[in-house]
Ligand binder design. Sequence first.
Ligand SMILES: Cc1cc2nc3c(=O)[nH]c(=O)nc-3n(C[C@H](O)[C@H](O)[C@H](O)COP(=O)(O)OP(=O)(O)OC[C@H]3O[C@@H](n4cnc5c(N)ncnc54)[C@H](O)[C@@H]3O)c2cc1C
Length: 494
Amino acid sequence: MHGRLDYVVEEHGFDKMKKNFAIIGGGATGPLLLSRIAEEALENNTRCDGLTIHLIDPNGFGNGGIAYGMAHSNHKLNSIPSEMNGNKSSSFPAFLNQKNISFDNEEFNTRASYKPYIKDELVDKPIAILRSLGAQVVVHRSSAFIKKDSSDTYSIVDQDPTQEGNDANLLAPELTELTSDDFVLTVGYGGNNNFKSLQGKTGYVHNIYDRDLSLVDRFPQLGSEDVRIAVLGSGPGLYDVANELNIIPSDLFVFSGSGKGLSVRDVSVEDGESSISPQQLLNMDVNASLERVLKCVSDEFQTASSNRSHRRIGLDINKNLKEILHNLDESVAEEFLKSPTLAYIKHCATPVPLASKEKLDQLSPTFVRGKVRDENITTNDDGSFTISSNGNKCEVDIIINATGHGRHNAPILNSLKQDDLASVSKRTAVLDTDHTGYRLCESGIAVIGPATHIGTDGMESFAPFADDLAKKTVQNWQPLNEKAEPQLQSIEWN
Ligand SMILES: Cc1cc2nc3c(=O)[nH]c(=O)nc-3n(C[C@H](O)[C@H](O)[C@H](O)COP(=O)(O)OP(=O)(O)OC[C@H]3O[C@@H](n4cnc5c(N)ncnc54)[C@H](O)[C@@H]3O)c2cc1C
């Protein structure tokens, strides 16, 4: 027998099983899952003796992740406080009140205000609940990788087993011989693979979102007035870069397919606006042509009214994108993913606060129309770069890749792909999953997060998956356990 049925011991007259369960990745979604498991156990009076939950993240579990780990005040949440409740029992507005942080429920709070909420309410509190119910919770400040042992068992190790010369150590001896039901990946986005030929070059900024150091701390050249900068991409990343710069560079070129930046949108909640599902698009069948799909999108935008703005429509289509793409013919889906229409949908769904736009304007950017690829860039003898695109040419000292996330390029996901434990769908450009939407087709490993979804981001969108998984985890555990003492129901937190 493997994994969770390894040890079955008689105690207090009932069979008690020992189980190890691991959550790998403690940004936003990992804590959400943890807190839902604790809520489920508490609601169902489930004693968890014998259950050990391992929480693994090199940056600490509850670090805010890529979205909420960012402290810049121009970064705003994309939902109003009352819609940012991570789980059923911990209200975000109540947390803000308790911490004496002022907020307006009609406005978006800063992202930074969400990180302590994640740590306190979605990590520390659930850990205390689970421990009070008899579970052991072990926090590992380490990266994790998956090593395949036999056809249905895995080990969690701390070094990438696909990298030569890496001695993969077991993170904890009990994390061997796990089945795919015993761990969940919530590892977020990886960096993107664009501009492979520039990787590792001084002056090339591969990832703008480094958790530990600001952009200028990592690239001190960005603090000098005579620096020449090219930003590739004109989406939210461009505004994030602008917010980080403290100087006015001698040149700031922005390359993008559209040749312009995002328009500033109303980031407040439109009066009476509610989300709807784009039924016509969701009902497309496999014979639908690209033209038909584009016409349908255009029809959706035609319905814009005071009650349904372009921003809302963009958000609604974006949220349902994976399902829409699933119904389409593979080649139509691929074309749609590359189409300017999809770029417009994303553009509409992305609000840029006025403060970020003003900051960018102060830097007097020159927008250049033209997509840049590896072959458009040459590195000069002095380390500077020449970029030629669409008949335009410029020379810069620093190239900043602001073309977006990688989705499924995190090292742990790459190693799964290399081991044939995961594959990427051509239709949706995310990891292939089974009907549940979060278990990888090849290995059955659960991955909750952007790696398996397109169009949807964040805790809000993954909450239903976390909910389902938490229920199953607790249900699976319950039959072999006694019920919790009733007084556990009344645990209160100040
Ligand atoms: C500036 C910015 C704004 C955003 N705004 C929004 C928004 O408004 N709404 C929204 O819904 N989404 C937004 N996103 C997307 C955002 O990335 C997700 O919403 C959210 O962070 C996803 O949560 P996650 O838990 O999947 O990933 P993350 O929060 O990124 O967490 C992943 C965690 O996994 C850890 N990890 C990675 N590899 C390993 C490994 N091998 N072993 C152990 N741990 C590992 C990382 O250290 C990290 O803590 C934004 C992203 C950015 C960059």
